[in-house]
Design a protein. Structure first.
Length: 162
């Protein structure tokens, strides 16, 4: 019995693999894309002690595999950490098998936009570094809410990046 694929099946399978590879980048590979922050400038580093980011590159970069949208650069407070633990997102307990040391107040960490918004609505939002918060956070969180908690607010409109 001849078990060959129908004509074109191999070509279609190869094409599917190539198409998929064109939109999925390897974890940690930010390529040559210029990531933007919520105030229109280049995305700045959020933190390297501990190293944060979905890709553990120190930035709140995002991609198709970041289903939680880890796009907000937060300066965590005890109140925020307590709130997160209360909603099932324990950010204080170290998990060495994930390279996660556990956070303490004052740490900068890329948090999920939905959980940050929930903490904002519950009155326990962490501070936000706008220059290090990815523009995709705006798909979930209004800019005004982020600005209310910003720690890097420019003095005036002329001080915002072009």
């Amino acid at each position: 019995m001849d078990v060959r694929p129908p004509d074109g099946a191999i070509v279609a399978a190869v094409q599917l693999k190539i198409d998929a590879a064109s939109w999925v980048r390897p974890i940690g590979d930010t390529g040559s894309m210029v990531e933007r922050n919520v105030i229109g400038g280049s995305l700045e580093s959020c933190g390297t002690d501990p190293v944060t980011g979905f890709y553990r590159d120190g930035c709140c970069t995002t991609g198709p595999e970041d289903l939680g949208s880890h796009t907000i650069c937060a300066v965590v407070t005890a109140e925020f950490l307590e709130h997160q633990k209360g909603i099932g997102n324990d950010l204080t307990t170290p998990m060495p098998h994930y390279g996660f040391p556990g956070l303490v107040p004052g740490d900068r960490w890329c948090v999920t936009a939905a959980n940050w918004l929930r903490s904002h609505r519950d009155g326990s939002a962490a501070y936000v570094v706008l220059a290090s918060t990815h523009e995709r956070a705006l798909e979930i969180v209004p800019l005004e809410a982020l600005r209310e908690h910003a720690v890097d607010v420019p003095a005036g409109p002329d001080d915002f990046p072009d």
